[in-house]
Design a binder for this molecule. Structure first.
Ligand code: 13P
Ligand code: SF4
Length: 321
């Protein structure tokens, strides 16, 4: 028996994919999906992308309803960009360890204590944190955003210390890093990865910059989820070890069907021995169907916060055109 979010029965004969496609038309709704979503959700999406592409798609949509198949901070960003539209998240428990690592009660005094610093926040944070920022960035535009800040100005970068350290190495800028991280990208095991490289000496390691320095040091290419897919697409004749959330392999493999893609190994206590984001996987096709049908759960952002958070998000979108 299948049950919906509130325990309501979904008849087993219902073709959820077909029903969702019909509901999207009927309600003028669009489904935006991140690459880390379950494959069956990606298959009903109108648009699949990385955090930047999804924010751009949210900013440009004509739909009345946005179903955000991703995590809370992404849906919040879509709402900030579309205050009059209905933004739905299939499961409100779809959070993010990185966003959770930066509570506003701690971040606000930190920012106030460094008034001479420009504040750049990675999009993986709450609307309250964005409201305290000068710029928002994603992994695909962080270098461009940093280059917009006067060369000698000091910068606070939050919440991801791994992406922040990578940016310091790349730019040599004076940056104060918040001590946050993504538990999925910190789960990669360097020893297992080196063993895997010995078994596949011809494989190229590609990694997301949320990964730790020892992983990035041995990576042949570093980029956002979209950039990793684009890289593989450009060089389909190689074999890859992919160090980011394993959900990316669905779209990546579709782009390069004949290429061998191996997920980077995670630490022992990870039951699937690969890196799965439990938050991203909280959304299911059943919950996507229910939320589209019932118009809930809806994302709301208090007006005062949304207005303040809009400025650094908009600044990022302008710089990313
Ligand atoms: P991008 O989609 O920007 O590459 O970020 C990955 C991620 O961790 C999203 O939560
Ligand atoms: Fe957050 Fe990491 Fe999951 Fe992305 S993969 S949503 S950064 S916990």
């Amino acid at each position: 028996m299948k049950f919906g979010r509130h325990g309501d029965f979904i008849a087993p004969e219902i073709d959820l994919h077909h029903e969702i496609m019909g509901l999207k038309k009927e309600k003028n709704a669009v489904i935006l999906s991140h690459y880390y979503q379950r494959p069956e959700i990606q298959e009903v999406a109108d648009f699949i992308g990385d955090s930047l592409a999804l924010a751009q798609a949210a900013a440009n949509t004509d739909a009345d309803i946005i179903v955000f198949a991703g995590v809370h901070f992404m849906a919040e960003t879509a709402k900030i960009l579309n205050p009059t539209k209905k933004v739905l998240l299939p499961d409100l428990n779809a959070g993010c360890s990185l966003a959770d690592s930066c509570p506003v009660a701690d971040f606000e005094p930190f920012v106030k204590a460094h008034p001479e610093h420009f504040v750049v926040t990675y999009i993986n944070c709450s609307a309250e944190i964005k409201a305290l920022s000068d710029y928002v960035c994603t992994s695909s535009n962080a270098l461009k955003i940093i280059s917009d800040i006067p060369k000698t100005a000091p910068i606070i970068f939050a919440p991801d210390k791994n992406l922040g350290s990578y940016l310091i190495r790349e730019t040599g800028r004076d940056m104060l890093l918040w001590d946050g991280s993504c538990l999925v990208h910190e789960a990669f095991c360097i020893d297992k990865l080196l063993d895997l490289c010995q078994k596949h000496p011809d494989a190229i390691i590609i990694a997301h910059p949320e990964s730790e320095e020892h992983i990035l040091k041995i990576a042949n290419y570093i980029g956002s989820t979209s950039a990793l897919i684009a890289y593989v697409k450009c060089h389909p004749d190689k074999k890859y070890i992919v160090a980011t959330e394993v959900g990316i392999l669905h779209e990546m493999q579709k782009e390069v069907p004949d290429t061998i893609l191996i997920p980077a190994p995670a630490v022992e206590d990870n039951s699937c021995a690969c890196s799965e984001c439990a938050f991203m996987k909280t959304n299911t096709l059943q919950k996507t169907y229910r939320c589209l049908k019932d118009g809930t759960p809806e994302i709301e952002v208090p007006k005062a916060i949304a207005e303040k958070a809009w400025t650094p998000i908009e600044r990022m979108l302008k710089l990313s055109k």
